[in-house]
Design a protein around this ligand. Sequence first.
Ligand code: MN
Length: 254
Amino acid sequence: MRILITNDDGVYAPGLLALARSLAPLGEVMVIAPERQQSAAGHGITLHKPLRMTPVTLDAPVDEAFATNGTPADCTILAAADGRPLPDLVVAGINAGANLGEEVLYSGTASAAMEGALQGLTSFAISVTAYENCIFEAAAEFAAKLAARLHGRTLPRDTFLNVNVPNLCAEDLGLPVLTRLGRRSYINELERREDPRGRSYYWFSGQPLESDCEEGTDICAVEAGKISVTPVHFDMNFRGGREELQELIDGLGE
Ligand code: MN
């Protein structure tokens, strides 16, 4: 099995290393990841500057590893560089920090997996629910089991799996559950500061305000200590309220 590993925390992030070590025994592993932190980069791709792939040495038995100046989604696209065969599996992570609910819209980790799904590749993103003192071992072990299970299988079209693992030791983790994306609202605090020359600048410091812990959501699962597996599809169509919305645009072209 040919596996592409990428992330948005940067090629030297400890979560990527843990993932690379756990997936290496499953087949031919290639790492292509951003040279620096790209968390919350979303699904951006690079169209207006050259993309570089610099070989790097990682402390993991992978077949190839590259740092790029591109985005996480670029990394998935770059897997085919120089005529390389497409990977059988794209795995993004292990991200330091949960990617729950609407966070998948901002997440570079989720977007790298989404890009894989758009290209028809079996893909999953995996995150642990802490930014500091992350326990990657249990998540890495789960990633290897899931990757082995996905070998030779396909997911539903245009769908990837978004996995969130509570930051717990393996023995404290609950069973994996299939979930849907919940809702998390944020306070978008915009802190205004001053640089040494007296010019103002701004720094986002949003914090989750409240989470919808409705049964069946990813948020509910991780709060209960369970591994959350959410199938995510990029279809953003809203199918309700058609009549009212039709009335909204009626006559506007006259
Ligand atoms: Mn990240």
